[in-house]
Design a protein around this ligand. Structure first.
Ligand code: FES
Length: 97
């Protein structure tokens, strides 16, 4: 099993805008992605800190997820990509800061 980082946190943007002219991660399914990530971590026996957050400034490319501190973004994090997101997450959480 990959080592887990005790200092990093996974942030999933669940910001919701109601204007059709303004994209937001929640409208694109980020709440479902967050739910699936939590379920998948249980299945894989991982316990990464994971939190929902407000806008990460990547609205046009969302749903957006970021590992912080120091992590990259995963953009376009739709529920259908849950396996790809999990593989990325395991890699990000295992990196040194
Ligand atoms: S609404 Fe999610 S990054 Fe802006």
């Amino acid at each position: 099993m990959p080592e887990k980082s005790s200092e990093k946190t996974v942030y999933v943007c669940t910001n919701r805008r109601f204007s059709l002219d303004s994209p937001s991660c929640a409208i694109r399914g980020s709440e479902k992605t967050l739910e699936l990530l939590k379920q998948e971590m249980v299945k894989r026996e991982l316990s990464y800190p994971i939190e929902k957050t407000i806008c990460l400034g990547q609205c046009t490319f969302g749903p957006a997820i970021r590992v912080a501190p120091g992590g990259e973004f995963f953009l376009g994090a739709k529920p259908a990509k849950i396996d790809e997101i999990m593989d990325w997450l395991v890699n990000e959480m295992g990196k040194e800061d």
